[in-house]
Design a protein around this ligand. Structure first.
Ligand code: HMN
Length: 290
């Protein structure tokens, strides 16, 4: 089963935007051996996927599978505006043995629902792999309704949703209507709310550095120990608030670098941290024992 906690994998780059392959392997190992995650979500927003080319995306899929093998679950995000690219990446990841695919709802152009449905069914038909819809309305502007989720679920290969939204009413409606579909929540700062809403797991960028606290929040909330779970969510959100203020991806990478991992830079045009930011990261790491 695909339930559990997934890190949305960070990808290290050098100053020219090339992938640091040994660093990528270190980040995979950090997630498995130290953060104790159940799986990885590869080439999502956190992997800076929309800033890199097709060959780089394939290389990331290849290295991660080679490093992780069958130790954890692997979900390949293959969504792109070029549907041919999505299909090519989907076939590639499937041939490597990825457990499932995921694709962001197509964005930028105001696609009709029929067009969105066509996109998912085309990727599924070409790859034969399972599909997890990646819904992130804040970044895509695409808000799917419960009826539209239902229509997408008519294809049995659509096994679930990566739900990155703070609409807990819609989440509750989806959970009730589709008890057998996989729901993985995407906002780390609202993990406790998602857990009590009945999600099957979560995918998050901060789990690359804070996976153990996330595990406790999720398990305590599922067991009904809400106060204890909330105490850890509060501490986690003290961390997330500072990470967001500094800039999410360069800060997460700086935390990994402070731990001796070759986590590299973010890809331009994303901006690196300045010295003041790097100093703040140092105190964050020691204060919260990251
Ligand atoms: C991904 O595709 O990598 C993700 O979207 C993962 C995840 O949902 C993150 N979303 C974004 O970065 C947009 C969250 O973990 C997010 O970073 C975190 O909750 C802090 O806001």
């Amino acid at each position: 089963m695909m339930k559990g906690l997934y890190s949305a994998l960070l990808v290290p780059f050098d100053k020219e935007g090339n992938i640091l392959e040994s660093g990528l392997r270190q980040i995979v190992r950090q997630n498995i051996d130290v953060q104790g995650i159940d799986g990885l979500y590869i080439n999502g927003s956190s992997g800076e996927n929309f800033l890199i080319n097709t060959e780089q995306k394939k290389r990331v899929f290849e290295i991660v599978k080679d490093e992780a093998g069958d130790e954890i679950k692997l979900i390949a995000q293959v969504g792109a505006l070029d549907l041919n690219e999505s299909i090519e990446l989907g076939k590639f990841a499937t041939s490597l043995g990825y457990d499932a695919l995921s694709a962001v709802t197509p964005f930028y152009y105001p696609f009709s629902f029929e067009e969105i449905k066509y996109y998912y069914n085309a990727i599924i038909e070409a790859t034969g792999n399972d599909m997890i819809i990646y819904s992130i309305p804040a970044l895509t502007g695409v808000n799917l309704s419960i009826q539209q989720f239902e229509e997408l679920f008519e294809n049995e290969k659509v096994i679930g949703i990566k739900y990155t939204a703070a609409d807990f009413f819609l989440l509750e409606r989806i959970r009730k209507a589709f008890p057998d579909k996989l729901i993985l929540s995407g906002f780390d700062e609202m993990l406790i709310q998602a857990a009590i809403s009945g999600v099957d797991g979560a995918i998050g960028s901060t789990y690359n550095i804070n996976g153990q606290r996330a595990r406790k929040i999720f398990e305590l909330a599922k067991q009904g120990n809400i106060q204890e779970a909330y105490d850890i969510q509060h501490e986690t959100n003290d961390i997330i608030e500072q990470v967001l203020a500094l800039g999410i991806y360069p800060t997460l990478k700086a935390v990994l670098s402070a731990k001796g991992i070759e986590a590299g830079e973010v890809k331009r045009p994303l901006a690196p941290l300045d010295n003041e930011g790097l100093e703040k990261v140092k105190s964050l790491v020691s204060k919260y024992n990251l």
